[in-house]
Design a protein around this ligand. Sequence first.
Ligand SMILES: Cc1cc2nc3c(=O)[nH]c(=O)nc-3n(C[C@H](O)[C@H](O)[C@H](O)COP(=O)(O)O)c2cc1C
Length: 119
Amino acid sequence: MEKDPLQTPFKLSSHKLEHRVVLAPMTRMRASDTGIVHPRAAEYYSERTTPNSLLISEGVVIHPRGRGFPNTPGLYNNEQVQAWKPITQAVKEKGGVFFAQLWQASLPSLRLIKERFEG
Ligand SMILES: Cc1cc2nc3c(=O)[nH]c(=O)nc-3n(C[C@H](O)[C@H](O)[C@H](O)COP(=O)(O)O)c2cc1C
């Protein structure tokens, strides 16, 4: 029987991925009000990791004025960076390749999102 193409290896720059099934970025809105990622994200991401697979994180905010949705995690101060470490470590221990999706909401989108969430 022919192998499912999704299950064939793929070289992404220096990463040799075992297959082509990738975790898409999915905003969870479970972070604290100050953008600290929720500790249970370690479980969420690691249980979706297989050896040499690619995961893309939920959108991670890179500037205090760039937060589109509330309770999305940030990566612009030391506390936020430290909070991600057990999560990236959990993925690494299972052999995953983990990319952060960097997110900076634009001014027009911030206005629209504000209307949606705050009326
Ligand atoms: C709950 C939820 C959160 C999502 N968050 C993000 C996100 O943070 N960044 C992003 O680029 N796409 C996000 N998406 C879009 C998904 O990544 C997208 O739906 C997925 O790649 C599948 O593609 P498709 O919708 O074109 O089939 C989100 C989708 C869902 C359902």
